[in-house]
Design a protein around this ligand. Structure first.
Ligand code: SAH
Length: 365
């Protein structure tokens, strides 16, 4: 067992099993040994690759999406441009470069970044210094006013809880110690769980043995953001992998060096994510008074924003080697077998705004 594993084992011996959410929080964000706290996990030499790291076109198109959103908001003289979990700052750097074509929006915006990882804050500082970002630990400290927010692969890193349907009730899946008391192991709590109230209504009567994942941190984010957007104006764009309709199934996964890894084997050393339930997320924001648009497949969203034209413009002045990289990057973002379909785009918005670019369909409850 690694050091964080031993610390978690001690805690389990002292106070009992952990929920999956408690385990995820420690594994990802432990102040000294957490996965995000201690490293930059992105890129070919890291553990996973994200869309902005695959192609500059991704961030550029999102930058233009933000400029369009600002116009639809009536071009407020001051607007907060915020990103949740900006990673290396690549998406925002590409977006701001593309926004040279929108100088009035560039002048109106103040950049705010929500980031938990000191290692990644340093990378963001290097990539975005010219835009003078202000960092936050959470959304709660963003200044008031109209908001444009983007988040790519942020929700999938928020902790989930897993509930297993028994004969009569839902029971929490927990992390405990194996029979020998030496290794972390999964178990299911014998007592019915009060968290069953958060299981989506469409799944509540699922057959025994079904597993439902709930994400309380995402639901409260949707609720507070939804209320803010309704009261102060603005729009928030979420891009992530997951399902459009709530579904049962265990989607918790660990990734290390681009390979699947056992979830409990080396806490803090592998990325942990789980599918986003876009329906539950949208419902929580709608209840708070926001409007939800999408989710649309990433491929359709990027195509509607003009990905082909942007790629063609880059290709026109690329070397053969650059051209191959541009083409393979765009293909990975669009291909249904890669990121095109599993990745989805959802916007939460002030209900008085018209449809955002690339997301014509309002979320159907
Ligand atoms: N958006 C980037 C990085 C995605 S990885 C990209 O697309 O490349 C997830 C990001 O969210 C990382 O920056 C991570 O440090 C951050 N993060 C994860 N959990 C967080 C939390 N609870 N609060 C703030 N940031 C968090």
């Amino acid at each position: 067992m690694n050091e964080l594993g031993r610390l978690l084992a001690q805690r389990i011996r002292a106070t009992g099993p952990l929920t999956i959410a408690e385990f995820m929080t420690e594994a990802l964000l432990h102040p000294r040994l957490g996965y995000y706290t201690t490293r930059d996990p992105l890129g070919a030499r890291g553990d996973f690759v994200t869309a902005p790291e695959i192609s500059q076109v991704f961030g550029e198109l999102i930058g233009l999406w933000c400029a369009d959103a600002w116009e639809k908001m009536g071009c407020p003289a001051r607007v907060i441009l915020a990103e949740l979990g900006p990673g290396r700052g690549t998406l925002m750097a590409d977006a701001l470069r593309a926004l040279k074509v929108a100088p009035a929006f560039r002048r109106a915006l103040a950049l705010h970044l929500v980031e938990a990882s000191p290692a990644l804050r340093a990378a963001q500082r290097a990539a975005l210094a010219a835009a003078e970002p202000v960092w936050h630990d959470s959304l709660a400290t963003l200044p008031d006013g109209p908001l444009i927010l983007v988040a790519n692969e942020f929700l999938d890193a928020l902790p989930i809880r897993q509930l297993v349907r028994g004969e009569h009730a839902w029971h929490e899946r927990v992390v405990t110690l194996d029979a020998a008391g030496e290794a972390l192991a999964f178990a299911v709590d014998a007592a019915p769980s009060a968290a069953a109230a958060l299981v989506p209504a469409t799944l509540r009567e699922a057959p025994p043995g079904s597993l439902s994942e709930i994400r309380p941190a995402a639901l409260s984010l949707a609720a507070s953001l939804g209320a803010r957007l309704r009261q102060q104006g603005g729009i928030a764009l979420f891009i992530d992998y997951g399902h459009g309709a709530s579904a049962c199934g265990d989607t918790l996964q660990a990734l290390r060096r681009h390979q699947h890894h056992a979830v409990l084997a080396a806490p803090g050393e592998a990325d942990l994510t789980a599918h986003v339930d876009f329906a539950a997320f949208a419902a929580a924001a709608r209840e708070a008074g926001a409007r939800a648009w999408g989710p649309a497949p990433q491929s359709g969203f990027l195509a509607a924003l003009g990905m082909a034209a942007r790629a063609a413009a880059l290709l026109a002045r690329a070397t053969p080697q650059q051209a191959a990289a541009i083409e393979s990057g765009c293909r990975r973002l669009l291909d249904p077998a890669e990121m095109g379909t599993l990745f989805k785009v959802l916007a939460l918005a002030d209900p008085t705004l018209p449809a955002p670019a690339g997301l014509a369909e309002e979320h159907a409850p």
